[in-house]
Design a protein around this ligand. Structure first.
Ligand code: 6GU
Length: 274
């Protein structure tokens, strides 16, 4: 897979040389190219932003440098074949949520071009222009505001890279990921332990040492349910009742969840003081 990043802070992308993504690059599984947007400015100050039309706070990234930069990056690859066509990924807090499902979709593309913005965003005409030629994904990594999209590029790249064939050591390792399509009926992963069996007087749960695979699987699922109920009640509410067995339902009821008429589970009402 090829990845291009156009940014005014190329140094911000240095972590792409490290760890999983760095190793994938070294092995030739990922071709990452980082470009300085200011290389496509022509004034003495290498200006990339200007005041917004219509007024308001902040600055907007000018279309000129982005257009030249993206044209140059796109011209540097062959994408005559529709299946080789790059996708443009624009990280923005006003984008669609970045999910594991979207990571899987992006991992299936041969070439991603990232356009992270600083300031208040990129002049809208740039997105409209490239949307006529490419698939454009405007993506947000969560409900908070970052100073720029570079950190989001790192997040998206890591989530995508670990899905590429041969990048993770063990092909099985993402099967049980929290949020993997079909994973544990959309439950979070439960706690994990390793040696030693006792640490600071804290023992590893005995069932994990029992060698009893059926009981271990059941215990893990109970823990996953408990953790999901506590940390992500929205996932329990969305859970397909068909994905829950009688034991699951008993665990949820024990945690105070109520079974609704349609079989789904509802958040227990807050205790009301009498
Ligand atoms: Cl992708 N960019 C910025 N600037 N802020 C964000 C974000 C992206 N996702 C969440 N907040």
């Amino acid at each position: 897979m090829r990845l291009d990043v156009v940014t005014i802070f190329p140094e911000y992308l240095e972590p792409l040389n490290v760890s999983l993504v760095g190793k994938a690059r070294a092995r030739g599984q990922l071709d990452v190219r980082v470009h300085d947007l200011r290389a496509w400015t022509h004034d003495r100050h290498h200006t990339v932003d200007d005041t917004p039309y219509g007024g308001g706070p902040g600055m907007v990234m000018k279309p000129g440098p982005w257009g030249e930069a993206l044209d140059a990056v796109l011209a540097s690859g062959t994408h005559d074949l529709p299946e080789a066509r790059p996708a443009l990924v624009v990280p923005t807090p006003s984008g669609r949520p970045f999910t594991q499902g979207l990571a899987v979709e992006l991992a299936g593309r041969p070439w991603l071009v990232f356009a992270p913005a600083r300031y208040e965003g990129i002049d809208r005409r740039v997105i409209e222009e490239y949307a006529e030629r490419l698939t454009v994904y405007e993506v947000s990594i969560g409900d908070y505001v970052l100073a720029g999209g570079e950190a989001a590029v790192l997040v998206i790249t890591e989530a995508v890279a670990r899905l590429l064939p041969g990048v993770l050591g063990n092909a099985e390792s993402h099967r049980d990921d929290s949020f993997a399509p079909g994973a544990m009926a959309d439950l979070l992963e439960g706690p994990v332990y390793t040696k030693p069996p006792e640490w600071r007087s804290r023992a590893v749960p005995e069932v994990l040492l029992s060698g009893h695979h059926g009981r271990i699987a059941r215990w893990r699922r109970d823990e996953a349910l408990r953790r999901t109920g506590r940390n992500r009640p929205d996932l329990v509410e969305r859970c397909d009742p068909g994905a829950l067995d009688a034991h699951d339902r008993a665990v949820l009821e024990e945690l105070g969840w109520r079974r609704l008429a349609d079989g789904r589970f509802g958040r227990p009402p807050d205790d009301v003081e009498e």
